[in-house]
Design a protein around this ligand. Structure first.
Ligand code: ADP
Ligand code: TZP
Ligand code: MG
Length: 280
């Protein structure tokens, strides 16, 4: 084997071992993940976290944050069905999480769709999330701080179109930035990693993006000091569950069910043989 191919294979093996180790830790530790999320995603997000081994809590009332948030292991904030009444709770939860040293992850759903949403997302970015995960259009809108072409919550860009935007957002915010798509891109502003797992049918199930953001929160909860690796691992594990689910599915509804079952049943052999991560 060529030395460069040998290096690639060794890299692949070490990514697979790391992803498996983190999933095993997650299953052992069952981190408590607070989710302040949109109404559409609550069910799939909670079930994704449970099938991975984490413990979800959809607690979003501002009155509960001071008592509850200090006890979580990570927080996921998602602006999918944002209204002015929810924003103070998002702010408060991120501040309490930061104060308690708990990582929090932002999903800037449809960031470029309205001035209200964009302003809210930019304010949340300023409150120092550990990771920001969006689709191509969302990351471009956030990076340029401008409204952009987006089909509402769906992307009108390929993830690769958002590579420079992702790097620049990571540098300006200090967060790890992940762009989902056919290739998931993960960057700290300098290093860029690509995850090549998943199936396109995942886009036909609402809230798969939201669900993988919550899964990233769970992975970062068990390895907060390596947020880039934890984020890439979560995206590859979710993608592998999608691939395995697709082998049994007849369409989006059965893929949703089989994806959750595959995530629950995932073993080391499947992770080792299917995981595809590369440096970009
Ligand atoms: N064309 C594709 N091929 C493989 N996986 C995909 C594709 N598009 C999206 N995914 C996967 O589907 C999940 C949701 O991503 P995406 O649809 O980009 O998010 P959002 O729902 O926020 O727009 C991610 O895990 C991503 O990797
Ligand atoms: C359809 C819809 N409308 C507002 S939030 C939402 C769910 C978006 O989920 P995702 O970003 O994972 O596609
Ligand atoms: Mg989304």
């Amino acid at each position: 084997m060529e030395p460069s191919n040998l290096n690639k294979e060794q890299d692949q093996n070490s990514w697979a071992l790391n992803a498996w180790t983190l999933l095993s830790k997650l299953r052992d530790q069952s981190p408590l993940i607070q989710c302040i999320t949109n109404f559409v995603s609550m069910d799939l997000m909670a079930n994704t976290l449970l099938s991975a081994g984490a413990s979800p809590a959809m607690i979003h009332s501002i009155e509960e944050i001071q008592d509850f948030t200090p006890h979580i292991h990570a927080l996921c904030i998602n602006v999918g069905t944002l209204s002015p009444a929810w924003l103070p709770a998002m702010r408060e939860a991120s501040l309490v999480a930061n104060k308690a040293g708990k990582p929090w992850i932002l999903d800037p759903v449809a960031a470029g769709a309205s001035r209200f949403r964009l302003k809210a997302c930019l304010e949340l970015v300023g409150l120092k999330p550990s990771v920001i995960r969006g689709n191509g259009s969302e990351i471009i809108a956030l990076s340029k701080a401008s409204l952009g072409p987006t089909k509402g919550v769906d992307s009108s860009h390929e993830s690769m179109d958002a590579m420079e935007a992702a790097k620049s957002l990571a540098q300006s915010s200090g967060a790890i930035v992940a762009v989902s798509g056919a290739v998931d891109i993960i960057t700290d502003g300098h290093r860029v990693v690509g995850v090549h797992n998943g199936v396109s049918m995942m886009q036909k199930i609402t809230a798969t993006g939201c669900a993988v953001t919550a899964l990233i929160a769970a992975f970062v909860a068990v390895d907060p000091l390596h947020a880039l690796e934890a984020t890439a691992s979560a995206l590859s594990i979710f993608g592998i569950a999608g691939e395995m689910g697709m082998d049994m599915a007849k369409g989006p509804a059965s893929l949703r069910m089989h994806l959750i079952d595959s995530l629950y049943n995932l073993d080391q052999a499947a992770v080792s043989s299917r995981l595809k991560v590369s440096s970009l």
